[in-house]
Design a protein around this ligand. Structure first.
Ligand SMILES: CSCCC(=O)C(=O)COP(=O)(O)O
Ligand code: ZN
Length: 212
């Protein structure tokens, strides 16, 4: 029997955290109809990612598999998330990233449509901007870009690369008519970022509604 190229105990620990996040996010209604995908970094060369098409609110550890950082399955016949390339890109581009969460809440989906024309949602003056790592005051500008949706993952990867190559800060992004991606050093920070973006987007949508 050949040895696995990753630590199977680490995979088990990550899979438990991913399943737990999935239960909580599904309970909030942010992962409808098998949508959404989650991952955690295993080591310098591998990530644990959800198997494609699974109900993200009922994940078991067997619903999480290993890919290399080019998105290729490792030691499994399972098919990884259709959006794996967006996860592995984050691990390649951000060496400190330890987890990536992608969800499809109504707030995220509606906001992505509303702000697609502007190409970003700009948050200014909200205390909750401080929930994003590195933000210490509400007197800051936090941009969440909105990229066009496509089934071609390499196009999306290219847009994210272009944004990063321009030197613009990036803590998450929306995909038009689709959902949000965000990440952090570990699952706890990533969940905090996701909750913060959800709250900030909901506030911006409320303001739009109320100021008509
Ligand atoms: C039914 S949702 C369509 C695909 C999607 O956007 C998603 O987040 C889930 O895809 P996966 O392959 O990761 O299950
Ligand atoms: Zn999706």
């Amino acid at each position: 029997m050949t040895a696995l190229p990753y630590d199977s105990a680490a995979l088990e620990r990550c899979a438990r955290q991913i399943a737990s996040a999935g239960r909580d996010l599904a309970a909030l209604g942010w992962t409808p109809a098998t949508s959404s995908n989650f991952s955690m970094r295993l080591d310098d060369r591998h990530a644990a990612v959800t198997v494609s098409g699974r109900d993200k609110g009922r994940l078991d550890t067997g619903d999480v598999m290993v890919v290399d950082l080019d998105g290729r399955p490792v030691a499994t016949a399972h098919r990884p998330s259709a959006e794996t390339a967006l996860h592995t890109q984050i691990y390649r581009r951000f060496p400190t990233a330890g987890a990536v969460l992608h969800t499809h809440s109504r707030v995220q989906s509606v906001a992505s449509r509303l702000y697609a024309g502007e190409g970003r949602v700009r948050f200014e003056g909200w205390e909750l901007q401080k929930a994003i790592a590195g933000y210490t005051t509400h007197e800051s500008v936090l941009d969440l870009p909105v990229f066009p949706n496509t089934q071609a993952m390499d196009e999306l990867v290219g847009r994210v690369d272009a944004w990063l190559d321009a030197g613009t800060p990036l803590y998450g992004y929306l995909i038009d008519g689709h959902g949000i991606y965000t990440w952090g050093v570990d699952m706890a920070e990533t969940r905090r970022h996701l909750e913060a973006f959800e709250f900030l987007l909901a506030c911006e949508l409320d303001l739009r509604r109320l100021s008509r």
